[in-house]
Ligand binder design. Structure first.
Ligand code: BGC
Length: 763
């Protein structure tokens, strides 16, 4: 089919019209139906690299690029390149018959960036990622991703920002602004409600309108309003019965008409079932597309079931998108990103996204600390990014052993030898070019590395301090497991206990590093070590960045963007999350040949019965169930909050608070602003994070006044009955907080008149 169309385009030449010079409607008018439909349906790794090679100039081909648009040379329409993804550009690092390498920088994953609470820093990371996109010849990044962390076991949590929509939306907006400052595009994804990987291509999310609007769509709304991304990628799942890419309410009414999105909408790879419904819903580009879709769309236009004007509308959106691309701006790429400069950005952003969860006089490492007993497979081969399309083909990941040695520390030889030998022997799986796997297959510590009590005692005598790293990866296509993934294994529990016993008996400290992609169980063991540092999946400079924090070269200022709970089973979404995906799958398989089988809950459909009770919105009412609250993070210094102020002028609320560094070292503070709405209005059960900011590096004794602005719309709740956003009148409280459970200062303000903002479309 595609070859035939190429012949057709070559003969029906129209020289008067040229893309880039002629108005878009003229270009659309000059296109044949086949050309239009070819453009609607993209090209990519999923539907055959041979097609990509056939239609792309050799110099423009990017091996490993997830997808591209179909070119129409006779009208001057180029093929634009659409690579992943959230942790950095993902393309193949090597090419056939080419000695040059094409490595990309692995930056801290989305959750770590969000933990910085620093939008300017995220923008800098975005600027560096966008630079690699441009210099490697691509046009629009398939990132950032901002679905909510509905449950800690969601496989793709690392690629997403937070349990909270405001931090998700603002962090995504900062990333988009940074990427797009290079003149390349960014894509926010997966729109919307892709909150589980189990049966992700067909799962039907059943959700009420208020919860959808206030939580799961809110981040996308903020990102669209604050950054106008070039593209939006729809999700695989259904929402209340309709596939997201086939959902006109979602795409046309909400995204375009209500939020004012001006860019292009594309499917996720292979998303949606009905190509015609997808085109009609306003999902412009079908990625990476198939010959069957091309055939179906052409036939539908020819037999009158699909209006060609609808095709034209979508084609025009795609052309406007292509018109902005570096290809159309005549940019000549040289494959020359400054990877060294970007490694520095990766390192500094990683340090700012790490969260110090506990510190009893253990950190920063004492000046006379010299010999470290370094335990844990992940200390020697850190997970730096998750798996799947969000992985990155970086050149080298810095282990914690490497980072500590580079900073001048010695590693206790017998511990070092046993772990490093094990890692060396199992390194074969640690191929950064591997799409679905990064680092070792299994970082869970094997029995063979468990030491005898006398060895731990000897380690404690020989060393100044112990460091244990617990590693957990996660990734696309599968949700995480509970036993031994969310929870620690018996061996890990035993290691923490044995090391703490041995070192504490010699008056020495133990530090635990969490090298994890999403929350794990902490309550059962956190009392034992002296310090706990959440490093997350911190990007390729991992070992250097952790060392910077341990040593005190960087004062930690990250704060949690998720609630770490005492009991996983008390998380409201757990009752309706596919915790046991394997068992579900076998039930589905058993049902396959049974025509009377009912849809399987959590596989075929998932009811979001917990409604708004996600993360701190629920656990603020149950603080005893929290191990570490949302927004929490320690520093090597202390801060006070004073002079809270609030004023309303012309519908804009201006809030401010003074933050002072009262400790002995310089540091930054993430200031969170939660709003308590008047009681009885809009069914708000808790305070809600509405805005936040990060101070500059404050020297001891130094202060900074942090100012925030909110509109009346920002304060609104969604009223499903009237399908409108409503801001109630009355007295509101602004809580200036160091965490969701640590309100330091409060101001109140009054909204004199209730406001209502009409919504367009009902999900
Ligand atoms: C993922 C997307 C990704 C696309 C292209 C899909 O499987 O869900 O996030 O952008 O593949 O690699």
């Amino acid at each position: 089919m595609i070859a035939a169309i190429a012949v057709l385009t070559a003969v029906s030449c129209n020289r008067q019209v040229e893309f880039g010079k002629s108005p878009i409607n003229k270009v659309v008018a000059a296109m044949t139906l086949e050309e239009k439909v070819n453009l609607l349906v993209g090209v990519g790794a999923w539907n055959g690299n041979d097609i990509a090679q056939e239609i792309t100039d050799a110099k423009n081909l990017i091996p490993g690029c997830a997808g591209q648009t179909y070119p129409i040379p006779r009208l001057g329409i180029p093929s634009v390149m659409l690579p992943d993804g959230p942790g950095g550009l993902r393309i193949n690092p090597t090419r056939q018959n080419d000695e040059k390498t094409y490595y990309c920088t692995s930056f801290p994953v989305a959750t770590v960036l969000a933990q910085s609470w620093n939008q300017q820093l995220v923008e800098e990371v975005g600027t560096a990622i966008g630079d690699e996109v441009k210099r490697y010849g691509a046009d629009c990044l398939l990132a950032p991703a901002l679905n909510l962390h509905r449950n800690p076991l969601l496989g793709r949590n690392f690629e997403y920002y937070s349990e909270d929509p405001v931090i998700s939306g603002k962090t995504a907006a900062a990333m988009v602004r940074g990427v797009q400052s290079n003149g390349v595009g960014a894509t926010i994804k997966h729109f919307a409600l892709n909150n589980q990987e189990t049966n992700r291509m067909a799962n039907d999310v059943q959700i009420d309108e208020q919860t959808a609007r206030e939580l799961y769509l809110k981040g996308f709304e903020i990102a669209v309003r604050e950054s106008q991304p070039w593209a939006v990628m729809t999700s695989y799942n259904k929402i209340n019965g309709t596939y997201a890419p086939e959902n006109a309410t979602l795409i046309d009414s909400i995204l375009r008409q209500e939020w004012g999105f001006e860019g292009m909408v594309m499917t996720d790879w292979g998303g949606g079932r009905d190509a015609i419904a997808t085109v009609q819903a306003g999902n412009d580009l079908l990625m990476p597309g198939s010959a069957n879709q091309i055939k179906a769309i052409i036939e539908a236009v020819q037999n009158g079931t699909l209006d060609e004007k609808t095709v034209d509308r979508n084609v025009a959106k795609i052309l406007s998108f292509i018109a902005r691309s570096p290809k159309m701006q005549g940019y000549e790429f040289l494959n020359d990103p400054d990877l060294e400069a970007h490694a520095k950005v990766s390192r500094s952003s990683a340090t700012e996204g790490m969260v110090l969860l506990k510190n009893e006089d253990a950190l920063p490492l004492a000046a006379n600390c010299s010999m470290i007993a370094l335990y844990g497979v992940s200390s020697y081969d850190m997970y730096v990014v998750g798996t799947g399309s969000g992985s990155v083909n970086y050149k080298h990941a810095v282990g914690l052993d490497e980072g500590l040695k580079a900073a001048g520390y010695k590693l206790e030889p017998s511990v070092y030898n046993s772990y490093s030998k094990y890692v060396e022997e199992h390194k074969q799986a640690a191929r950064p070019g591997n799409f679905m796997r990064t680092g070792l297959t299994n970082h869970v510590i094997p029995q063979s590395l468990v030491r005898k009590p006398f060895q731990y005692r000897a380690d404690a005598i020989a060393s100044d301090i112990a460091i244990i790293t617990i590693g957990r990866s996660c990734g696309e296509s599968a949700d995480r497991g509970y036993e031994g993934d969310y929870t620690l294994t018996d061996i890990e529990q035993g290691l923490i206990k044995d090391v703490c016993d041995a070192f504490h008996s010699k008056g020495k400290k133990v530090v635990v590093i969490l090298n994890i992609g999403a929350p794990i169980e902490t309550a059962s063991w956190k009392s034992q070590p002296d310090a706990i540092l959440l490093a997350g999946l911190p990007g390729q400079e991992a070992g250097y960045a952790v060392t910077d924090v341990l040593k005190g070269d960087v004062n930690p200022s990250g704060k949690l963007v998720d609630t770490y709970v005492v009991d996983f089973n008390k998380i409201p979404s757990t009752a309706n999350f596919p915790v046991n995906a394997r068992e579900l799958q076998s039930r589905v398989r058993a049902n396959r040949n049974n025509p009377d089988a009912k849809p399987v809950a959590l596989y075929d459909y998932t009811e979001y019965k917990e409604r708004m009770d996600i993360g701190y919105r629920y656990f603020d009412r149950h603080p005893e169930m929290v191990s570490y609250p949302f927004g929490f993070g320690l520093s090597y210094t202390t801060f006070t909050y004073s002079e809270p102020q609030a004023a309303v002028t012309d519908g804009i609320v201006t809030l401010s608070v003074k933050v002072t560094n009262t400790g002995a070292v310089a540091g930054k503070e993430a200031v969170q602003v939660y709003i308590e709405a008047p009681k009885g209005g809009m069914n708000k059960l808790t305070k809600e994070l509405k805005t936040y900011g990060k101070t500059a590096l404050l020297q001891p004794g130094e202060s900074q006044v942090m100012e925030f602005k909110l509109s009346e719309y920002d304060l609104a709740g969604f009223d499903a009955a009237s399908s409108s956003w409503k801001t109630v009148n009355g007295e509101y409280k602004a809580d200036f907080a160091a965490s969701s459970q640590d309100i330091r200062s409060q101001a109140s303000f009054t909204i004199a008149e209730a406001q209502s903002f009409t919504a367009i479309g009902k999900l």
